[in-house]
Design a protein around this ligand. Structure first.
Ligand SMILES: Cc1cc2nc3c(=O)[nH]c(=O)nc-3n(C[C@H](O)[C@H](O)[C@H](O)COP(=O)(O)OP(=O)(O)OC[C@H]3O[C@@H](n4cnc5c(N)ncnc54)[C@H](O)[C@@H]3O)c2cc1C
Length: 415
């Protein structure tokens, strides 16, 4: 479709994007064809945590960036929506995610300091297991090596520190003292605002973007030399030939239970963020944060879903399972009222590694996603990495983030 003044102005009118078109009268008077709309350096599609931080980082690097989003930044159906996310910096012996989390924690902290309302709450993260397993030992080794504040606990130590929880014989754990919780939806909105960006409201069409000369045209009035698709669980719908079966969205339920007035046992600072890790079976939760109640969820992958059409009401079976867990681990909350629940989705790669690679056949089109249930905290580091690739086309793709390593078989390795 050729560029026309009417189409371009129509597409951007509601978005706040500026397009360098001359006044109609001037063009008519001079009989010159209207100027082409502005071509951005980069268009980022998707204002979830990956897209928002990518756009932020590109802007910081001095590039001209457009951000397009089909709904709103951090909206209720996005994987980045909702109240809170865990940020911890230990990942067993994983050499990739621990440094990324550490970098990101600092960036979230700085953003939080600039924001009107807090984004990072340093509540501490308690990780515990039935026994001191290899994952825990490796996490502790890394925390020690990096000199990051943490405390170890045997079962008696855990029970003494958190008497409102039940710990079983043999359990042990550690507290990452400077990690904690990120505010999710508001956090994403804050990143976009901090970048000085007004997203274009636009559902970009599936498939590779249309090439117009040296640029890609995403819609009338929106063109860029480089395009980043950071579309979370929608990526396999946009690029089914490349990603169907390699990024698999699964249903995940989250429960918030109400506390009795004056009961401070489940509020900060009396309870940190916690993660109960049992050989791949992870249950995690948050103390009452910003009045949202005690939150808990099961990290195991639920049924495969479509992010546009899945029902967003919790299942009775899921609520029952949560109650059974509360009765065994937080007995004072066994009958607490369910005050709020959310149904979200993970967008899982085969083993849990992220995707940061080019769309095959397109040197300047990037696919960024597969957060796999642990991506939120890493938003800043992902934005930094994508920016580095765009600034330096010769920069090698991290093999674990490559498309080539995204298999169709689901075999989770990253927690
Ligand atoms: C219940 C739950 C708990 C989690 N817990 C944690 C945790 O504790 N710690 C942690 O680090 N991570 C956690 N995660 C994972 C983390 O939240 C995700 O990995 C991360 O939010 C993914 O972000 P994203 O930007 O890739 O995707 P999204 O947030 O889904 O963003 C993609 C955006 O792209 C937009 N989009 C899609 N298609 C189009 C189109 N065609 N045109 C325009 N826009 C489009 C969407 O509307 C959406 O806003 C959790 C996730 C869930 C669901």
């Amino acid at each position: 479709m050729p560029w026309t003044r009417r189409a371009a102005v129509g597409a951007v009118a509601a978005s706040g994007l500026s397009v360098a078109l001359p006044p109609a009268s001037a063009a008519a008077a001079s009989n010159r064809p209207p100027a082409a709309p502005r071509i951005h350096d980069v268009a980022v599609i998707g204002a979830g945590v990956f897209g928002a931080w990518t756009a932020w980082s590109l802007k910081r690097a001095g590039l001209d960036v457009a951000l397009a989003e089909q709904h709103a930044p951090g909206h209720a159906r996005a994987s980045s929506g909702g109240e809170s996310r865990v940020i911890r910096v230990s990942y067993g012996a994983d050499p990739l995610y621990s440094p990324m989390a550490e970098t990101s924690l600092a960036a979230w902290d700085q953003l939080s300091a600039r924001a009107g309302l807090p984004i990072l709450h340093r509540l501490g993260v308690l990780w515990f297991s039935p026994a001191s397993d290899a994952y825990m030992r490796q996490s502790l080794g890394w925390l020690e090596q990096r000199g990051l504040a943490h405390r170890r606990f045997d079962r008696d130590g855990l029970a003494a520190a958190w008497p409102q929880m039940v710990f079983h014989p043999g359990e042990s754990g550690f507290l990452e003292e400077t990690s904690g919780a990120l505010i999710a939806g508001r956090g994403v909105q804050t990143v976009v605002r901090d970048a000085g960006l007004t997203p274009v409201t636009l559902a970009v069409a599936p498939g590779p973007p249309r090439r117009v000369g040296e640029a890609y045209e995403l819609a009338p009035g929106l063109a860029a030399r480089t395009v980043v698709y950071a579309c979370g669980p929608w990526l396999p719908k946009l690029f089914p030939d490349v990603l169907a079966g390699r990024i698999v969205p699964t249903r995940q339920e989250v429960y918030h239970f109400g506390l009795a007035p004056g009961d401070a046992r489940f509020s900060p600072p009396n309870l940190p963020v916690w993660a109960d890790f049992n050989a791949g079976d992870l249950v995690y939760g948050f103390p009452d944060l910003e009045g949202q109640g005690f939150k808990m969820a099961f990290d195991a992958h639920g049924p495969v879903i479509d992010p546009d059409t899945q029902g967003r009401q919790p299942t009775p079976a899921g609520v029952e399972r949560a109650r059974a867990y509360l009765a065994s681990r937080f007995p004072a909350l066994a009958d607490a009222p369910l005050i709020h629940a959310r149904v979200c989705q993970y967008e899982n790669s085969s083993n849990g590694d992220f995707l940061i690679d080019r769309l095959p056949g397109h040197d300047r089109v990037w696919l960024v996603g597969a957060g796999s249930g642990h991506g939120f905290k890493h938003g800043p580091a992902i934005g930094e990495r994508v920016t580095a690739h765009i600034l330096d086309p010769g920069l090698a793709i991290e093999p674990r983030f490559s498309l080539a390593t995204k298999a169709a078989e689901q075999k989770r390795e990253i927690y």
